[in-house]
Each structure stands twice: as C-alpha cells, then as structure tokens.
Write a protein that binds this ligand. Structure first.
Ligand code: AMP
Length: 204
C-alpha cells in the first residue's frame, strides 16, 4: 500500500463551536502524525485550524501553513508551524493547497471551508485534481450539504458517477484507512464531466 505522505486539511477558523469538533480535529491530527503524514492547512491560529496545528506540533509531526500575505499582516497566522508559504492572494492559496498532496480532508467549517471543498469537487469532476476528497461528517454537521449533493445528482445537475468524487466518514481515527479505500479517479473524468444522456442514468 502506498504511504500517505502529505494531506491538506480544510477546516474552520471559528472558536465559537462545540468541543466535539475540536476533539475530532485532535484525533485526526494524531492519526496523521502517527503515520508520519505532513499536514498542509490554512495557517490559522484559531478555531479548528489552531487545534489542528497545536496537536500536530505537540505530537512532533510536520505542518505547513499556506496563507495570503494580508492575513499575516492582521496576525491570523499560527506562530509555531514548521513552514509557511505566503501567497499573493486567496486564489493562489487555494491552488497551493492542492500541490503534491495525496488527499484533501474537509473538517467542519464555515463559508471558507465550504468554498475550498466545492472548488476541489469541481476540479476533480473535470479531472484536474484526482486525489481522494474526504468529508468528516462529525455528528452529522454535513448532512444538509450531502443532501444537497444527492439532490444535484437526482435532478441531473451532476452524474451518478460523480458521487465517487467525495468520501464521507465519521471516525477521524480511521482517516488513513478511508483514504486508502477511496475510489480511484483519473484525468479521464473530463470525458464524463458533462452530464449527458449517454453517460448519465439519472432520472430527469
Ligand atoms: P471558515 O470555514 O469560514 O472558518 O474558513 C476557513 C478559511 O477561511 C480559511 O482557510 C481561510 O480561507 C479563511 N479564514 C477566515 N478567517 C481566518 C483566520 N482567522 N485565519 C486564517 N484563515 C481564515
């Protein structure tokens, strides 16, 4: 089995959330460090981003923050991460998140996290990004979003095959197993990116 060397984690900047989300983040960080997996993330010091970085550092793992310059200027950055990459803007940052990673992992989050996840799904649909995209559905946080994605498929806005773009999981300790078991995806996805009668079995 190929070792998972590097992953990117998308997650919340907010502190005003239930402890269960912090606990799940901590468990995920520990599982990644135990496997010697480098973590790439948004570089923040607060919320789930902060807990992710604090845990990786405490467990002697490796974490890389990627952040646009303007966020450093307002002191959003975590002071102790191993490495920082500062980007010109938010677009460049999102591009950098995907460079050289073996998987993307989405933890609960707000509009920033949702945007990052949706862009990743869009790029994977087009075959531009091909690695596993995991969604940690802690205590059903993403149930409504997953229902919306189901509806997109049911109504023909996405194809049935597109369901394999993302993988939902509940136990953060099983993150590596989930990555290994995620469906294989390739650049050929461009050939069925368009939902059409020949490649789509959806009800209209
Ligand atoms: P959200 O899920 O809305 O909390 O957004 C997380 C993402 O929002 C990050 O990846 C950033 O794009 C951005 N962001 C918002 N606030 C912060 C912050 N305090 N520090 C770092 N990134 C932030």
């Amino acid at each position: 089995m190929q070792r998972i060397k590097k992953v990117c984690v998308y997650c919340a900047s907010s502190d005003q959330i239930d402890e269960k989300y912090f606990k799940a983040t901590e468990d995920l960080a520990k599982a990644l460090v135990k496997n010697n997996t480098t973590v790439v993330y948004g570089g923040g010091a607060r919320g789930l981003m902060g807990r992710l970085a604090d845990t990786v550092i405490k467990e002697n793992g490796r974490i890389i923050g990627i952040m646009p310059h303007f966020m450093k200027e307002v002191e959003f950055h975590h002071k102790d991460v191993n490495e920082f990459i500062f980007t010109a803007d938010m677009h460049e940052r999102k591009k950098q998140f995907m460079v050289g990673v073996d998987a993307l992992i989405t933890l609960p989050g707000g509009c920033g996290t949702l945007e990052e996840l949706m862009e990743a799904i869009t790029l994977k649909r087009l075959g531009i990004f091909t690695k596993p995209i995991l969604i940690l559905n802690t205590d059903g946080y993403y149930d409504d979003l997953l229902k919306m994605l189901d509806k997109s498929i049911e109504k023909g806005f996405l194809g049935e095959k597109h369901r394999e773009i993302w993988t939902i999981f509940e136990d953060p300790c099983k993150v590596l197993e989930v990555i290994h078991n995620s469906p294989v995806w390739s650049k050929d996805a461009i050939n069925f990116a368009q939902v059409s009668s020949s490649n789509n079995l959806n009800k209209m």
